[in-house]
Design a protein around this ligand. Structure first.
Ligand SMILES: [Zn+2]
Ligand SMILES: [Zn+2]
Length: 261
């Protein structure tokens, strides 16, 4: 403790619920306790007076003294004057012993508070450790769940890539088939271009071609009901005539036109 704080230090009211820093006037007892003016005047107005700190009976004439903590210069100049040196020293010695006792008591109280706080801190640490442990357990469970979910995700990814590969393979097969189908269709069309019109000319108008057409046309060439209708409408006698007019030489057409005029 430095000299400065030694000067700043003041005793504390021994009333259990007060513990206020003392200044001005204080009440001191023969049992070495000290109280603030409020608690001293309150507690020691009753008879018999009992120390609120240690329950000692204070019945003597000088067992309780109200004292000024910062006495005036005049008081300090007069209070011990005329006393023998050993008496002066004795009084000083007792006053210092009182002060030492008070400071010591305060230190003990502080130590007690500190140890209680340490116990509380220890308990809190224990609780925190338990909480941490349970959180750690939760975290581990979550980590395990994440790991299993990741595993499932990997499985799904693997399955997806397998399916993708299969799809690519199937696509390639499909394109191959499509190419094959195209060449087949072209070949069939070429074949029907060679034979088709001649046969139709031969058979017409017996109507056999209507029965023949489903046989000569492969099922994959079917263009649906509307295409069929168009095909048949071309084969009607009137439209058949107009259909073949396109192939007739334009000169003849022009000739007849001129002839008409
Ligand atoms: Zn007090
Ligand atoms: Zn006491």
């Amino acid at each position: 403790m430095s000299a400065m704080s030694m000067y700043d230090y003041s005793l504390i009211c021994n009333f259990p619920k007060c513990r206020g820093r003392l200044s001005g006037f204080a009440w001191v007892t023969a049992c070495s306790h000290i109280f603030c003016d409020r608690h001293g005047s309150g507690e020691f107005s009753r008879t018999p007076a009992i120390c609120p700190a240690c329950s000692s009976a204070l019945s003597g004439k000088l067992d309780i003294v109200r004292t000024e903590l910062a006495p005036s210069e005049q008081y300090k100049a007069m209070v011990l004057v005329g006393l023998r040196p050993e008496t002066v020293l004795d009084i000083s010695h007792r006053a210092l012993a009182f002060w030492t006792y008070q400071v010591n008591q305060e230190r003990l109280l502080m130590e007690y508070s500190l140890s209680r706080a340490e116990v509380q801190v220890g308990q809190m640490e224990k609780v925190m450790a338990q909480q941490n442990q349970s959180k750690e357990h939760e975290l581990n469970a979550m980590r395990e769940e994440i790991a299993s979910l990741n595993k499932r995700l990997e499985e799904y990814k693997r399955k997806y890539s397998e399916v993708s590969e299969l799809l690519v393979k199937r696509n390639r097969q499909y394109q191959k088939l499509q190419g094959l189908f195209e060449t087949l269709r072209l070949r069939t069309m070429e074949a029907s271009d060679k034979d088709g019109p001649n046969q139709a000319a031969h058979v017409f108008p017996s109507g056999i071609i209507r029965q023949r057409s489903p046989h000569t046309t492969p099922p994959f060439l079917a263009v649906g009901p509307e295409g069929d209708k168009l095909f048949h409408s071309v084969l009607e006698p009137e439209s058949f005539k107009s259909f073949f007019q396109f192939s007739s030489p334009p000169r003849e057409k022009g000739h007849s036109f001129i002839k008409k005029n």
